[in-house]
Ligand binder design. Structure first.
Ligand SMILES: [Zn+2]
Length: 150
């Protein structure tokens, strides 16, 4: 077994945060399925069908370089940022579907440029506006889970 694979609890946290961002971005009309599996080159990814409003969001289950040196809060924040990132793809999917016919490669680059700006600007502000830190909440719930097992 790899040293620090993401756990099933990490995946549950990822799914909860995706649902949180779907609410924030008014994407609740999207039917979303989740996968927890090894991905080749991504921390997470999303595939979508715009007309059917369905999406499959995947979290990479395997180890990654970041995970080995991250604190638990950093790890949760990274998982959350990925949930934010994939939900933004859904938010922009409508524009993407129009622009990709003009130039798909540029469209994918532009998509990520916008998402990076959002990650570096809006993300922290949105986290800080939550009444309870989602990371503190997660840590508390996991500690409580551990105590219960005694
Ligand atoms: Zn992306």
């Amino acid at each position: 077994m790899k040293k620090s694979c993401k756990s099933f609890l990490d995946f549950e946290f990822f799914k909860r945060r995706c649902e949180h961002w779907k609410r924030e971005f008014n994407l609740l009309d999207w039917k979303t399925f989740y996968e927890f599996k090894e991905l080749d080159e991504a921390y997470a990814n999303v595939r979508w069908d715009l007309s059917g409003r369905t999406a499959v969001i995947s979290l990479n289950s395997s180890n990654d370089e970041f995970q080995d040196r991250a604190t638990f809060v950093e790890l949760l924040r990274n998982i959350d940022m990925s949930a934010f990132h994939e939900c933004l793809h859904l938010l922009y999917s409508w524009y993407y579907s129009i622009l990709k016919d003009i130039n798909e490669k540029h469209c994918a680059t532009m998509d990520h440029q916008i998402i990076r700006v959002m990650e570096n600007s809006v993300f922290d502000a949105m986290i800080n506006s939550e009444p309870i830190s989602p990371y503190e909440q997660e840590i508390q719930s996991r500690n409580f889970g551990m105590k219960k097992k005694k």
